[in-house]
Design a protein around this ligand. Structure first.
Ligand code: AMP
Ligand code: MG
Length: 341
């Protein structure tokens, strides 16, 4: 589908965009960039992709040789040097733990292990769960951004960057694109999008998928110069003996957050969108909406599955990005340009 294809008055773009899809961060990055003149668009596209790949290497915890993977295995009590940028991002992520009442917590590796989330999933017994919970949070891992070190404070404790890595990467990619004078671009990194559109340019129309019927569009958003992230426990959740083990954990009680739908967060800062979509999924639609109600610049949309269909609730800030009335199950819309899971 072409950039700015004519849907509901969206104007076509003057220049052909550069486009590429690459595997990165355990998902796909679909990127397209329009810039005045073709060559600069492709150079900017490559620079943005390289930036996402750099952040993957910086923040990844799957590759055993990655800097954070090493720090995650270092002896307890020993400050381990990590790249300064990684330490700063980890400290920023940990800052959100306090602000979200512990709903967001990157130092939750012990729980990831207890539930076997990096394998096929497993159900821990009560003792294992209690032990893992003691190995989570501020008392489990210390991040010192000034010294650029990470210190494991407990056996079995480690940091998982999965809740904010994409947001960090898209923030960096946005900086790279803007520094190259790009005003129009669309990056989709496995469920989180970055949308650049200058004033006067058409916004991007992005579909938010129905949380259970993924091919159906629940809501349409009109976005420019923001990022939108969706979190839900359906996509990668596995089932162990009939019990759903979703990939989003509630670090407060230790269990996977229950399935209820999805939450989409729109923010000018991709990092904030990523952190808050995970946090608000954990908080759930009621506590989450109460928490997000008065945020002035962050749009929050909960899609809640009920016995009567899909219920959409959002904070006031979200209104400026909504392109359609709240959905009812089975509603069909005109075809969107892009889609969020
Ligand atoms: P997202 O898809 O952005 O909601 O992030 C989900 C990923 O973040 C999971 O796959 C875990 O790696 C990690 N994660 C799970 N639960 C949490 C949480 N409560 N706080 C921070 N990160 C989490
Ligand atoms: Mg997230």
């Amino acid at each position: 589908m072409t950039l700015g294809c004519a849907l509901s008055g969206l104007v076509p773009n003057a220049t052909d965009p550069a486009r590429r899809t690459v595997a990165v961060m355990g998902t796909w990055l679909h990127a397209e960039v329009a810039a005045p003149g073709g060559p600069s668009a492709s150079a900017a596209l490559e620079a943005a992709i390289a930036e996402v790949e750099r952040m993957d290497a910086l923040l990844g915890t799957w590759d055993p040789s990655a800097p954070l993977s090493r720090a995650n295995r270092a002896p307890v009590g020993t400050p381990t040097p990590v790249p300064a940028e990684a330490a700063a991002l980890l400290a920023e992520a940990r800052g959100w733990a306090a602000r979200t009442g512990g709903a967001f917590e990157p130092a939750l590796g012990a729980l990831v292990d207890a539930w076997g989330l990096r394998g096929g999933g497993r159900i821990p017994d009560a003792d294992e769960l209690a032990l893992a919970l003691r190995r989570v949070g501020a008392g489990a891992v210390r991040v010192d951004p000034d010294a650029a070190t990470l210190t494991r404070l407990q056996d079995g404790a480690w940091v998982d960057t999965g809740g904010f890595g994409k947001g960090a990467a898209l923030r960096s990619a946005a900086d790279t694109l803007r520094a190259r004078g790009v005003s129009r671009a669309f990056l989709d990194l496995g469920g989180q999008v970055l949308v650049l559109a200058a004033p006067g340019e058409a916004p991007w129309r992005v579909a938010v998928a129905h949380p259970a019927l993924r091919q159906d569009t629940a809501t349409l958003l009109l976005l420019r110069d923001v990022s939108a992230a969706t979190s839900g426990n359906s996509e990668r959740g596995s089932s162990v003996g009939g019990t759903a083990v979703g990939h989003i954990l509630d670090p407060r009680g230790g269990a996977p957050a229950p399935w209820w739908g999805s939450v989409t967060v729109v923010s000018a800062d991709p990092f904030v969108a990523d952190v808050l979509s995970t946090a608000l999924y954990v908080l759930g639609p009621e506590a989450g909406l109460a928490w997000a109600r008065d945020l002035p610049d962050v749009g929050v949309l909960f899609l809640v599955e009920t016995s009567d269909g899909l219920e959409a609730v959002h904070n006031q800030a979200m209104e400026r990005w909504l392109d359609a009335p709240p959905p009812s199950a089975g509603t069909s819309h005109s075809r969107p340009e892009r889609r969020l899971p």
